[in-house]
Write a protein that binds this ligand. Structure first.
Ligand SMILES: Cc1cc2nc3c(=O)[nH]c(=O)nc-3n(C[C@H](O)[C@H](O)[C@H](O)COP(=O)(O)OP(=O)(O)OC[C@H]3O[C@@H](n4cnc5c(N)ncnc54)[C@H](O)[C@@H]3O)c2cc1C
Length: 791
């Protein structure tokens, strides 16, 4: 497969890594007409991780965009053999997942409902039906299962060869035994690679180096947060009754999966505590290599496998595979252009789903490279969900010991990762802990979920609900104090700052000093790249505040928007704590510790005020629908100010209360209701688009939309929503829930979600197979305080 002859000195694109992912990126670049592409592989094609993958291709993922990405993989793998003449081993054998507990069954029912929403066929089946589909399994302890007929399996090395052949036919050149030793970067732009056989100039460099991708990233100064862990399966001798058309079987409660191979079984799995590997880097060469057998580590999978398939007790093992694979801090892969270096792209960290994901991920990245922007919403996999802090080997090692097991762990709502914490802490963390905070984590930050003891996870009403209800009531009736230090904060300064933001923002930001503006930032298709607040703090300076999780992404978007203008963007997140005082009594409380006049302080304004002994920036906005102020406090004053505020006797509250209140009030959140494929018209946020125009994405921002963000209020006060549930109208799926909470104010579950097609007033929500009636509206269910908020 390798091209012969000397390496070219120049190419439009250089892809580092000839595993299935590099092959797929090359294939799709060529398909889009970019054929001046060179793939460099240090060993032979697929010799890294790809060759020893088990080859399972499961379609269902947590989000619509990721599910569609893998659906595309299955379509591609089904046609690749006919197109290239290379066998791929693709077989659409379907898959069965079984549940050992009622809770797992609830999860499967929720999953099946979501699957139908995303156009994936999924059928809930009984234990008996599962046994019919998979006769060699024991089902006496099985509660039920789900059948996904579109899932399949393939031969990973053959798939790689077929993709490479498809790419080569269109002109892509592939060089084996060429090792990349450096990445050339000039003025923040990738300009090529250095190899052990010379240099290649390139306009685009693509890092598809699998578990080596972190090191390749470091050559360019780019954070690629992944770490290897050992990953296992065994191949057994033949077993009576194991036929070639046997579906893939998953028994997540037993951490195990099963796949037919030559009349025997591939038995693998995802143990809850993984074994990180490669702490001192990956040895070189490491070609078609496996690690030593570790039956101790594998025993939890094997014991459960024997329980499920008793024939395994007496069946011999032909081969034990222990291959390292790279895992990421959140079990999702890493895709996109690096925020640190223009023209340097990453597709790596596939968390043992690289065969399933390669087709879709390769196409998505190729589109990103060719168009300069992703064609769909790829946020769950976007490299920019991390930042430089994630490039720490010790942190990564500890975290991936947990993430490998997430594949088969219960997907509890609001599940928090437990390892490698705490990492980033607010200056007042000790005060929050002393007050009994139950912390969650976001973007590495410890944040208060609520004040109270940790409660068991559930799909029903959680034990912490009364505490969160009390925090909401305190805020709605009196006032509450929230630590929101994890907000990302940037300053944009320079003579052209206003001009830059006027182009990027939908709302008018060329406002008086001291004004605060809530605005969208759109892409060329009119979809939301961000929504944030912009405060003009000086004629030539703005303070920009956005959600914790979007810190890197929004910074990158803003930085790209500066172009040649005279403005400088600086991340000042670590410089300020943020304390929000929200509620009808907030004015009185703040007035009691300040000489500034909180009586004359209009909504949407911001100014420096004295507070206790310090001077802070007070900004009158709200994300909870109550009168209130966000206080931006230089970090060294944070403890002093927080203690001053606590001295007023104010109630402390956490993010679950914020979430409940913003949903009651219909406020949208980026990553849930807002995203790159949602326009202001679809979001019901047309009012944030200035009439005078002149902003990016303007042509499409207000075009009539096919689907809309709606508020949802359940009728049954006992039912609990978490998000992800399907919406049905007259029996047909019309949308799904994006965010949900119990509303203590209304006494029922409230939610936000999408509805496709004409406006409706009623729908049914599918909660794990049960149908519950709900009121649908494009207006927020809670608005009695609007006059108070604006007062
Ligand atoms: C035991 C096991 C079972 C698995 N089962 C499944 C499964 O059933 N389904 C599924 O979807 N996934 C599965 N996976 C995961 C899957 O194998 C990987 O996610 C996938 O192969 C990753 O592909 P890749 O192209 O990113 O990495 P790789 O295949 O590792 O390719 C990266 C390539 O980059 C090359 N390279 C690195 N550094 C350099 C350099 N400096 N210069 C040039 N070349 C370089 C390497 O030699 C390597 O060939 C499994 C993994 C393991 C370990």
């Amino acid at each position: 497969m390798s091209d012969h002859g000397a390496l070219p000195s120049r190419a439009q694109v250089v892809i580092i890594g000839g595993g299935i992912v590099g092959a797929s990126v090359a294939y799709h670049l060529a398909e889009l007409g970019w054929t001046d592409v060179v793939v460099l592989e240090q060993g032979q094609l697929s010799c890294g991780t790809t060759w020893h993958a088990a080859g399972l291709v499961g379609q269902l993922r947590g989000t619509e965009s990721m599910t569609r990405l893998i659906q595309y993989s299955t379509d591609l793998y089904a046609r690749l053999e006919a197109e290239t003449g290379f066998g791929t081993g693709w077989k659409r054998c379907g898959s069965v997942s079984v549940a050992r507990t009622e809770e797992r069954m609830t999860q499967l029912r929720r999953t099946a409902a979501q699957a139908r929403n995303y156009g994936v066929t999924a059928e809930i089946i009984s234990a008996r039906e599962a046994g019919e589909l998979w006769p060699v399994m024991r089902v006496d302890d099985v509660v039920g299962g789900v059948w996904l007929p579109g899932d399949g399996k393939a031969n990973p090395s053959d798939l790689t060869q077929a993709l490479v052949r498809g790419a080569q036919r269109r002109g892509v050149r592939v060089f084996e035994r060429v090792r990349v030793t450096g990445v050339s970067v000039g003025n923040g732009v990738a300009t090529g690679v250095l190899t052990d056989q010379g240099e290649i100039e390139a306009a685009h460099v693509v890092n598809c180096a699998g578990q080596w991708a972190k090191e390749i990233g470091r050559m360019a100064g780019v954070t690629v947060p992944l770490h290897s862990a050992e990953h296992f399966y065994v191949v057994t001798e033949r077993i009576e009754g194991v036929r070639p058309d046997l579906p893939v079987l998953r028994d997540p409660d037993g951490y195990a999966y099963f796949k037919e191979e030559v009349g025997g079984l591939v038995v693998g799995g995802f143990e809850p505590q993984a074994k990180p590997w490669g702490m001192d880097g990956i040895p070189y060469p490491f070609e078609f290599r496996l690690l030593e057998e570790d039956w101790d580590q594998f025993s939890i999978i094997m014991e459960n496998a024997i329980h499920r398939v008793p024939a395994l007790e007496t069946t011999g093992v032909r081969m034990f595979y222990n291959g390292p694979e790279s895992f990421t801090p959140d079990n999702m892969f890493l895709l996109g252009e690096a925020p640190e270096v223009r023209g340097f792209y990453v597709a790596a960290g596939f968390n043992s789903a690289g065969i399933a994901s390669a087709g879709g991920a390769g196409r998505a990245l190729a589109e990103w490279i060719v168009n300069g922007a992703p064609a769909t919403d790829l946020w769950p996999a976007d490299l920019r969900r991390f930042a430089r802090w994630a490039d720490n080997d010790t942190w990564l090692r500890d975290r991936v010991s947990e993430t490998l097991g997430l594949h088969y762990a219960m997907s509890w709502p609001n599940r928090e990762l437990e390892t490698a914490r705490p990492l980033r802490r607010s200056p007042v963390h000790h005060l929050l802990a002393a007050a009994g905070a139950c912390f969650g984590s976001k973007m590495g930050w410890e944040r208060v979920n609520y004040f109270g003891t940790a409660a068991p996870y559930t799909f029903g009403r959680p034990e912490w609900q009364p505490q969160v209800d009390a925090e909401v009531a305190a805020c709605r009736n009196q006032a509450a104090l929230f630590d929101q230090t994890s907000f990302a904060k940037f300053t944009l300064k320079g003579p052209d700052a206003a001009a830059v933001l006027r182009w990027l923002c939908t709302a008018e930001v060329d406002v008086e000093v001291g004004r605060v503006v809530y605005t969208g930032l759109l892409n060329d298709r009119g979809g939301y790249e961000a929504d944030l607040t912009v405060t003009r703090v000086a004629h030539d300076e703005y303070l920009i505040v956005t959600g914790s999780a979007q810190a890197t992404r929004d910074f990158d978007h803003l930085a790209k928007g500066i172009g040649n203008n005279r403005a400088v963007l600086v991340d000042v997140t670590s410089a300020y704590a943020v304390f929000s005082v929200m509620g009808p009594k907030s004015r009185k409380i703040l007035q009691s510790v300040s000489k500034a006049d909180f009586g004359v302080f209009p909504f949407g304004t911001s100014r420096l005020v004295d507070l206790g002994y310090a001077t802070v920036r007070a900004t009158r906005v709200t994300y909870v629908g109550e009168l209130g102020w966000e206080l931006y406090v230089p970090a060294e004053f944070a403890v002093t100010i927080y203690e001053t505020l606590l001295g007023t006797g104010i109630t402390q509250a956490g993010y679950y209360a914020v979430e409940a209140m913003r949903i009651e009030k219909g406020y949208r959140a980026w990553g849930r209701e807002l995203g790159p494929e949602v326009t202001p018209a679809a979001a019901g946020l047309g009012f944030t688009c200035r009439k005078s125009g002149g902003y990016r994405g303007e042509e499409h921002a207000l075009e009539p939309a096919g689907r809309h963000v709606v508020s949802i209020v359940l009728d049954d006060p006992e039912a609990h929503l978490w998000g992800g549930e399907s919406l049905l109208h007259e029996g047909a799926p019309v949308g799904y829930v994006t965010s949900a909470a119990h509303s203590p104010t209304l006494g029922v579950a409230v939610a936000l979600g999408f509805v496709t097609g004409p406006a409706i007033e009623k729908a049914q929500v599918d909660i794990a197979g049960g149908l519950y009636s709900a009121q649908i509206s494009r207006k927020a269910p809670y608005d009695p305080t609007s006059s108070r908020v604006k007062a």
